[in-house]
Design a protein around this ligand. Sequence first.
Ligand SMILES: [Mn+2]
Length: 473
Amino acid sequence: MLGVVVTCPFPAVKDYDRAVQYYTEAIALNPNNAIYYGNRSLAYLRTECYGYALADASRAIHIDAKYIKGYYRRAASNMALGKLKAALKDYETVVKVRPNDKDAQMKFQECSKLVRQKAFERAIACDQHNRSVVDSLDIEGMTIEDEYSGPQLQDGKVSLDFLVELMTFYKEQKKLHRKYVYQILVQVKETLAQLPSLVEVSLDKSQQVTVCGDTHGQFYDLMNIFQLNGLPSESNPYIFNGDFVDRGSFSVEVIVTLCGFKLLYPAHFHLLRGNHETDTMNQMYGFEGEVKAKYSTQMFQLFSEVFQWLPLAMCVNQRVLIMHGGLFSEDGVTLEQIRNIERNRQPPDAGPMCDLLWSDPQPQDGRSPSKRGVSCQFGPDITRHFLEENGLDYIIRSHEVKAEGYEVTHNGLCVTVFSAPNYCDQMGNKGAYIHLSGSDLKPKFHQFEAVVSPSSPVCCPVSALHSAPSVSS
Ligand SMILES: [Mn+2]
């Protein structure tokens, strides 16, 4: 065997991208060493490239069926992709071979628990289909206790005064009364359910809209956006492009505030669905736990119902298309098709609805398997054809953290915007938002830094399964 020496490029700085590069070079020199694949798989796991991590772990096991870390890594990749049964099988193998490994035991037990929980949820799901959790709640009958001193809805309706008071209240880390949260959620669900899956807006020459990317529970940074760019209003419209929740500790505060503005300015304040407005992601990345800790399981269920009605894409002046993830795994998708997507559900594993929430651009032409293991990556030629076929100028998407808060790729045809600065309290990235004016529809970028927040990192509550904080979205 060739003596390829690979010095460990981390842990001084957790530079997983460099680790990937070094192991890739090592693999080029010796493609039959299971350890290289196993180690690169770990670096992919840490950067949340679960699709690549899975492929490398499988390759490692293929080369050396006795290489136990390969099973570990494959299990972790499958876990992250929500393929629990496949993960359980590999954890079982690890536990058999290493009966005294406490960490392996813990992961095995945690995974078994999740498999049972899923089975239980499936069993009761048929019962609940098409029924709302609201039917089992008496919202009107909920009483406001005398000691409650927070903002109050007047006749159950949101006003600007209410929202201003709410934002101040939230900054002091206080909790809005559950009755008001329920009332807001019931109303916003009705409002969203009226909308098509593709929402079209038009700006005249004097109007402008602000487009924000991922906010991920970073409430204090959201407040900073409003500080810098003004509160939402009919003359200061906003589009928030998905991934409002998970990761950050203040997802409830972010989503309730955004829902409040949606109710106040339904035609001038827009919310699109991200891949994190889904049950599986909320279970793994914090939102479900946060809602249960701050309120209850039923309230999480109502959030989930609201998320299912979030539109999937927006088109501005029939020229700029906005979605959270990106374009499609297949050619020939039309705006009409997007408009007609039956979106009131958890997204499927493949197809246009999945792609809109999950895909990423890539620099080379064509398509390739996604580094995330869901949907695909699309190249500049795919973007150009899609835009030509649909008579559009360019797309704006979010979904990936960018050092500068935004990135322009595909010869200007694909713009990424990300609005969670210093993502997960550790990435050091800037945030950005975009101004689009009706006069020319060219993207104007505004960057901002993270503000100090009383945040306690809760990046991944399933910490035993995701031992490192992670970086994609
Ligand atoms: Mn995302």
